[in-house]
Design a protein around this ligand. Sequence first.
Ligand code: FAD
Ligand code: NAD
Length: 470
Amino acid sequence: MSGKITTQVLVVGGGPGGYVAAIRAGQLGLDTTLVEADRVGGTCLIRGCIPSKALIHVASRFAGLQQLSAAPHAGIALKSEPDFDLPAAMQWKDGIVDKLSTGVAGLLKKAKVRVVHGTAKFADAKTCTVQTGDAPVEITAEHVILATGSVAAGLPQLPWGDGVISSTEALSLPALPKRLVVVGAGYIGLELGIAFAKLGVEVRFVEALDRMLPSYDRALVRPVEQWLKKRGIEVLLNTKAQDVARANGGLRVTVQNGDAAPQDLACDMLLVAVGRRPNTQGWGLEHMALTMDGAFVKVDAQCRTAMRNVWAIGDLVGEPMLAHKASAQGEMVAEIIAGKRRSFDPVAIPAVCFTEPEIVAVGLSPDEAKAQGIETVTGQFPFAANGRALTMDAGGDGGFVRVTARADNHLVLGIHAVGAHVSDLSGEFVHALEMGARLEDIAHTIHVHPTLTEAVPEAALGALGHALHI
Ligand code: FAD
Ligand code: NAD
């Protein structure tokens, strides 16, 4: 591809924000061009959500088999220890990524989206040049949707390379390290650190704050803390990594807890997972006359930037940096460009952390509601009292569902859960909030027996003061 392209909609970045925006714009009959520097799918599909969940799944299955080989359970015994073949696991994971990326390319084609492969560099707000394999292509657009996503934030004292890795490398390792130090006990650190621990890696966490997973309330995080504690996995809180050096064929990481003497941790690999920063550099953003909001591109409730007909979505525009938020914004912007009346005003953006056990947060926690001056009632139901959880061996991890509602009119403000498989309940939670459910609506909705979902009406009944099964 070479020469000049004039298009109605130019989407920059083919992640869950950009590719969804492009598909919807194409469906709506807009002449649409998507520029992507890599394969379509973005961070999420190629080196984020999907590969990490594949690794987490493999690690959980392996750990389950290993437990059975150590001690028969529920009538199942394994006569020898299971083997783990990391390259084969990576190949399986890569197959899933390939299948999904090919699927996205097919959807773009079906929506008649022109895909240009290469990095877009902007000279002004509506014109960019893409250096494709063949020759430069100049693209001029009526509307530009910026969806360039985010990149791993590093720490200057722990430069990348020589065993210091980000999630991208962690998801494509050729071999497992024996000892792994994870700096940052947030989403990525915990999801991947726990998966590696299940695969037999000696994992230690270093977290700057006084608690891990600071974006979730303490009660939700406690079962994860207990899981780690039970397995002797150390989490050094209030601790920062100061330095890394090569030592004895491995790494020596110096960490410090407040004013205490620095401590050296020996490891073979160091995963730095201290957050992500918006991808704003190296592609001409400075020539577009946009207003910034800190490190992010500033947008309004319709994802308009300060420049007319330039829109920005996804990780580029701020927290939460989640794939489903990016996609929702992408779909909305395409519809606004096509003339529909839309704005980004969700009641809640659901969040799931795929730890052991999983955590779901939708809407306000009791403390967040209190901070807003709202009086609440809450109800909590433990999975230990849920038949389906027990039949799946998932009743003993301290998990529960918690429903938070306004005390005056019982409007549900938040639903939170921790426990095995709870990620799959997140849809029910957010649906209830978006539909404006009251406690009575949830309590009187008939849920299938025996399923984990029964914990939701039970928690609502609890908030109403008359739970049935506890
Ligand atoms: P991205 O997905 O980052 O896509 C941006 C795209 O733009 C990239 O493909 C990039 O190549 C392209 N690009 C950038 N600049 C240019 C340019 N100048 N020209 C052409 N192309 C360009 N979120 C969840 O909701 N659930 C999860 O389970 C989850 N797990 C994650 C696990 C990991 C390890 C990581 C790192 C992230 C995870 N996330 C998860 C976050 C999620 O990946 C992001 O929120 C999401 O990908 C953001 O989508 P986006 O479209 O804004 O940007
Ligand atoms: P994060 O913000 O979730 O966690 C970073 C952690 O690092 C925090 O606990 C922070 O206190 C700690 N930290 C920061 N500086 C430190 C330092 N110098 N030393 C020690 N600890 C330090 O960031 P992340 O885990 O890198 O993930 C990035 C983003 O990717 C997330 O915010 C999320 O939006 C997205 N993500 C989502 C999912 C999911 O939805 N399941 C999974 C992975 C990633």
